[in-house]
Design a protein around this ligand. Structure first.
Ligand SMILES: Cc1ncc(C[n+]2csc(CCOP(=O)(O)OP(=O)(O)O)c2C)c(N)n1
Ligand SMILES: [Mg+2]
Length: 588
């Protein structure tokens, strides 16, 4: 880092550490201290001074993306595997392009620092109109917009740089939420006095009495229960407490179910792993154990229609609700506690249980292929083959669409699942894949995406190949938005999309790529693609019928339409929806 020794400041308010740094360099230093090793984004005149500092210091890697939306998805995917991610955009045009992805990080509880190189402070002081603004002498619109989708925001000045940079990074990390930082272009190169100590990612200590009482109350309830159970939402992943929950489950022999937002957060080979709980569509034994538990411990529970089988999930009335920084037990609400401390305290003090049987396992989905290998590829045979392809340790991405069938597969040990179930912005997975490959290039990473979703963010495949990553991309080419056909417009043209030569994309985006591309139409062709070695990127375009969809997905779309459009909605017309049984084409 560029660090200029200077005489110790004597000005009031200075820290007197005697260390001086340029503001941009300090920001990069703090990000690095917080564990960020790469930044995603798109250059613009307002952020180039910062990018030059990044270049000159050579400490953080720069991963330029094709657009800022994809940069925001990449920073999110990076944060999922790395614990914190960051992107750099330019004023207004870049910031607003990234807004959807940052809002997604907010919805999905992912800590992302969005850095916007913004108009110079000089222009604000002097009221100078600037490009990438409304040209009306205002400059707060984008800061205000980000106020709706981030946990903290700041426009950096030389006075507040030290406190605000630390506050934003710490807030993102502690809250597991995105933050927005405007760095005016004319101050990145100004020197400020900065602390010598590194930024330490720590939770502030909790209140000891609250912690003790909270742990005691949980222990009392869990140990008095005959059928305790645990329900896991995404925050278990974000706050990194899956190992603690598994230790607790083992110690008291309690089954653990996950919501679909937390697929594979609990190792699916863990003996106390029960399965996916989402209300009525859950397997009966999962539903029974969760709904009739006499002490359910729910972690980070944030129910929405798509995670609760359209609100058919029914948690026991006295469920304990633990969150990142608070716990509800009966009438008591505990503040100033952290999830990890609470769970560790419970594990340490709860008496072990040895008499309960491990939960019954649901039937494992059938791997391999039982279909005629020359037969046309169907969703059923496709997912059966995919089940056999999954390996321990894989990182698996899913986008919206019929690829949601992945939720029904059983994951081998140590897999990581990345999806955006709450926010559900199509195209997310392609950007997120770039981010996760950057964070963990040594892991095998598989993307499951539909043609409609890929078309939103396909360009980022070029960045993935440019950096010589080797993911396996499974694309379903079914001519459009099949999952939407289950809501409305089974055969309507608004659910059709242009057909691309998808399998040619690797060559188009990276002419000298070594990626292997396949177009498969039969089970046998798919099997051949699946046998390709993972020493290059692999792109598998699977051509399937537009009206073929897994029954569970179509049923869920049908239910979603009832909720979305009500009893007088257009989906009640004859043949307006793709139905679970109708796989036979436009007139089926
Ligand atoms: C940004 C955004 N726009 C629109 C939607 C609505 N939407 C949800 S799923 C979907 C279609 C996905 O189609 P595809 O990726 O081809 O999957 P398929 O169901 O065909 O397998 C659309 C348009 C969305 N979720 N996000
Ligand atoms: Mg499709």
């Amino acid at each position: 880092m560029t660090e200029v020794p200077r005489p110790t400041a004597v000005t009031a308010g200075m820290t007197g550490t005697g260390r001086w740094m340029r503001i941009g360099d300090f920001l990069l230093r703090r990000l690095e201290e917080a564990g960020v090793r790469h930044l995603f984004g798109v250059p613009g005149d307002y952020n180039l001074a910062l990018l030059q500092q990044l270049q000159d210091t050579g400490r953080l890697g720069w991963v330029g993306t094709c657009n800022e939306l994809n940069a925001s998805y990449a920073a999110d995917g990076y944060a999922r595997l790395n614990g914190l991610g960051a992107l750099v955009v330019t004023n207004g045009v870049g910031a607003l392009s990234a807004l959807n992805g940052v809002a997604g990080a907010c919805s999905e509880h992912v800590p992302v620092v969005c850095i916007c190189g913004s108009i110079p402070l000089r222009s604000i002081d002097r009221g100078l109109g600037m490009h990438h603004t409304m040209a009306d002498g205002t400059w707060d619109h984008f800061l205000t917009a980000y106020g709706q989708v981030t946990a903290a925001q700041a426009r950096i000045t030389p006075r507040n740089a030290v406190t605000e940079i630390d506050r934003l990074i710490l807030t993102a990390w502690r809250e597991k939420l995105p933050v927005y930082l405007e760095l005016p272009s004319d101050i990145a190169w100004l020197d400020i006095e900065v602390p010598a100590d590194p930024l330490v990612l720590l939770e502030p200590p909790g209140d000891p009495e609250r912690l003790r009482s909270c742990i005691a109350a949980i222990v009392a309830r869990l140990s008095a229960a005959a059928s305790p159970a645990i329900l896991v939402d995404a925050d278990v992943d974000r706050f990194g407490v899956a190992p603690e929950l598994m230790r607790l489950a083992e110690k008291i022999q309690a089954p653990v179910a996950v919501m679909n937002t937390a697929k594979a957060v609990i190792d699916e080979t863990f003996p106390y792993y029960l399965g996916l709980y989402n209300g009525r569509p859950s397997e009966p034994h999962v539903r029974e154990l969760i709904e009739s538990s006499d002490c359910l411990l729910a972690i980070g529970h944030r129910p929405i229609e798509v995670t609760t089988g359209d609100f058919t999930a029914m948690l026991p009335a006295d469920t304990i609700h633990a969150r990142g920084h608070s716990v509800d037990i009966g009438d008591d609400n505990y503040q100033a506690v952290t999830l990890k401390e609470v769970l560790r305290g419970v594990i340490d003090t709860i008496p072990p249980v040895t008499h309960r049987a491990a939960p019954r396992r649901g039937a494992a989905p059938v791997a391999g292929n039982h279909a005629d290998s020359s037969g046309k590829l169907t969703q059923a045979s496709y997912w059966q083959a995919v089940q056999g392809y999954l390996r321990p340790g894989d990182v698996v991405f899913v986008d919206n669409g019929t690829s949601y069938a992945l939720f029904g597969l059983k994951f081998p040990a140590n897999c990581t699942f990345v999806g955006s179930v709450n926010w559900g912005s199509i195209g997310y997975s392609v950007g997120a894949l770039l981010g996760a490959l950057t964070a963990a290039p040594q892991r095998r990473q598989l993307l499951f995406v539909g043609d409609g979703s890929l078309q939103v963010s396909a360009q980022e495949l070029s960045t993935i190949l440019r950096h010589d990553h080797k993911p396996v991309i499974f694309l379903i080419n079914n001519g459009g938005y099949t999952i939407e056909r289950g809501y409305l417009g089974r055969v309507e043209p608004y659910n059709d999309i242009a057909n691309w030569a998808y399998a040619d994309l690797p060559k188009v985006f990276c002419p000298d790529t070594s990626a292997r591309s396949f177009v498969v139409r039969t089970v046998g062709e798919l099997q051949e693609a699946l046998s390709a070695p993972n020493d290059t990127a692999i792109f598998v375009e699977s051509v399937m019928d537009a009206y073929d969809a897994p029954a569970a997905i179509t049923a869920s779309s049908n239910k979603g339409a009832d909720l979305d459009y009500g009893p007088r909605g257009p989906h009640h017309r004859d043949h307006a929806q793709l139905r679970p049984s109708a796989t036979g084409g436009p007139h089926g």
